[in-house]
Every structure is written in structure tokens, then in C-alpha cells.
Ligand binder design. Sequence first.
Ligand code: PBG
Length: 313
Amino acid sequence: MRSLVRETHLHAGALIYPLFICPGEGIRHEISSMPGVFNLSIDEAVKEAEICASLGLGGLLLFGLPAEKDEQGTGAWMEDGIVQQALRAIKKNRALDSLVTIADVCLCEYTSHGHCGVVARDGEHYEIDNDSSISLIAKTAASLAKAGADIVAPSDMMDGRVEAIREALDASGQEQIPVMSYASKFASAFYGPFREAADSAPQFGDRRSYQMDGANIREAMREIDQDIAEGADMLLMKPAMPYLDVIRAARERYDLPMGAYQVSGEYSMLHAAFQRGWLEPERAMMESLLSIRRAGADFIVTYFAKDAARVLA
Ligand code: PBG
């Protein structure tokens, strides 16, 4: 009877698993603050993707750790960049056809300073140069689509990036590739473990000049309006659990497909409690995912994707 009257459902096809791709071969390096999550070389990432496909997951979200970083984040848009290579390897493997490949579009993993855009420095003072950043971000999106990304997902939070990406995709003959915008992304302490996983902690300053203030829900709606006006096809809300009210507000206001990202800190925090025996792992994991769906997310990006799919099978 419970199943007949249940209002919210979880299914593996609406879960997306993030992968962190690193150079080399045969590498599976566990991220210390994220048990069960690894930096994977391309060969290992393909094996991981095969597991994801066999579990019926909806797709993968790809991040890259380049061999070298520089001020401009060149590794993000290079034709043989690390994620570009991984996308080609995944697309070549027919066993992975059921997985949607989503490429995260940002410069922070590729810049030596760790910021999501280009930094203009004047002695002690620094500023993120929004407009020169978006042209590099658009170039990155086009390059990732060309390499095989089914969806590009800008997470940089520069102003005007969605329009610039749409133009760059269209100009390179990739009119059919949708833009999934991290439309409302808050400056959050919950990204801490990710910055270890992606080696992308800012070397100075913080991201508060381009990511949103956690206090502001009306501003979040304005950011989403802007991204939709610029041509966003899907929305991604982030983080998830500390911002369920924002997800609910966006669900009521917008008809676009909308996902939520249960970020690294949300995963680490739950795992820390599991390790101490303070929470029941399976129940707490499923309840956290259900809460995000109930708030209104159509799909969830989560490091629990494989574990949850096993429970749902
Ligand atoms: C890149 C990016 C970040 C995350 C996704 N894309 C880090 C950040 O903005 O600092 C965080 C994801 C997570 O914490 O799991 N800009």
C-alpha cells in the first residue's frame, strides 16, 4: 500500500555520477575525504563508466585534473585536454551508449591560481576578469562538445557565459548540444572536499565575487531568469540539502528540466557519520536523495549514485 500512495520516487535513470579524470594509466587514487570516490585515469574511468551503465544510471558528469596548469587554464579547451580524451574514449565504447555524458565547464581545475576565470592582478589587489573569462569558457564548451559531450554544464558563474556558450556551440555546428546551467550556485563551504578531488582550491582569495551569497533566494531567481534568457536548456541547483528551499522555489517558478547537485561536502559529512556508526548508511543516503527529489529536482548529481542504484535495483 505504501508504494501505491508514495508521492516521490527515486530511480537510477535520474542519477548522475561525477568522475574525476587524471593523467596516466591504471590509476585509482582515493580521495581521502570522499570514501569510495577516486581520481581515475582514462582506462579506469571507462571501467567505472561500465559499472555505471550496468547499474542503469542516467549519466556521468566529467571533471579533469590536467597534467599542467597555467594562468589562462589552457588545459580546459585543448583539443587533447584530459576530459576531451576521456570523452572520446567513452564515446568509442558501445557498452556506454546508455549514459549521457555531461562535461563540467569551468577553468578552476586548469588555472594555476585555482579561480574559475581569468585573474587580473595589480600588486596585492586582484579581480576576476568576467568578460575575458567567458570567451575562454565558451571555447572550452565548444571543445568539449566536439570531443563528445552530450551536454555542457557551465559551473563558473561568470555573467553572460550561457549566451557566449550558446553562440560558440552554434558557430561550431553544435546547435543540438544543450546547455545545463549551474544557474544558482552558492559560494559554499560544502565544496571543500571537491577542491581536494579536483585540485582546484583557489590559491588566494575566495569565490564570493562570482558565486552567490547563501543568504539570497530572490537573487537566485534573478540568476536563473538571466540564464534562461541567455538560452539555458536545463538548470542545475547547487548545493542541494542546505538549499532545498531554493530548489522548491525554482521548481514552482520554472518549467525547464532541473537537477540538483548533492555536493562533495554533503557526501563527506554523511560518510563521516557512517564511519562513526552515528547514522545508518543506507537509510540516511536514500532519505537525503529523496528529500532532494521531493524539493522538486528532476535529477540528482550525486557521489552516492552507484550505491543508491544498487539499493533501488
Ligand atoms: C567548479 C566546480 C566546483 C564544484 C563543481 N564544479 C567547485 C567550486 O565551485 O569550488 C563542486 C562540486 C562538489 O563539491 O562536489 N567550479
